[in-house]
Ligand binder design. Structure first.
Ligand SMILES: [Zn+2]
Length: 169
């Protein structure tokens, strides 16, 4: 099995990739930033095999990016919530979205500064207010409808503030 550590690399990027560098991890992180918190919702939105989703969520909890809490509405189940370290990955996720939009496929959403409605620039800064809001100050606004039809995708068809729970749970 391919390991996920880069022991020979004395570099902070290698340390970060040991936490977020595996397949699916950044998409799970994106969904957590959108406000997805339940195993069943990650699964519905990502079409990811259960065992892999479970392993990735455990890895993100062990890496200090997600926190596992009891789900008050479903006994025996859990909610996954971003820690402060997890929320601090928003600029990295945003930068990769900007890159993907520029070099691969145009983005299906725009991110706005929630306080004023101005689209963020490529660095995640509001050009009007001259601040780079954290994810709780960012609104994701759809530009076009995607073909996905699951509870998370349906919730994201409306403008949605990052970190607000979807699909409304
Ligand atoms: Zn602004």
């Amino acid at each position: 099995m391919l390991g996920k550590d880069y022991e020979g690399q004395d570099c902070a990027l290698a340390r970060a990739l040991e936490v977020v560098g595996e397949r699916w991890t950044l998409l799970i992180l994106r969904d957590a930033l959108y406000g997805v918190r339940r195993f069943s919702d990650f699964r519905a939105h990502l079409d990811i095999p259960k065992a892999i989703l479970s392993a990735r969520l455990n890895g993100l909890v062990d890496g200090g990016v997600l926190e596992r809490l009891p789900d008050p509405e479903h006994g025996g189940r859990h909610l996954y919530q971003l820690t402060e370290a997890g929320k601090d990955l928003w600029p990295a996720v945003h930068a990769l979205m900007v890159w993907g939009d520029r070099y691969r496929e145009s983005s299906c959403r725009v991110f706005q500064h929630a306080a004023c409605g101005t689209p963020l620039d490529d660095r995640g800064t509001c050009p009007r207010c001259k601040v780079a809001p954290g994810p709780d100050g960012v609104l994701a606004v759809p530009l076009r409808q995607t073909s996905r039809d699951d509870p998370v995708a349906r919730a994201l068809r409306q403008p949605h503030r990052l970190l607000d729970p979807v699909p409304g749970s």
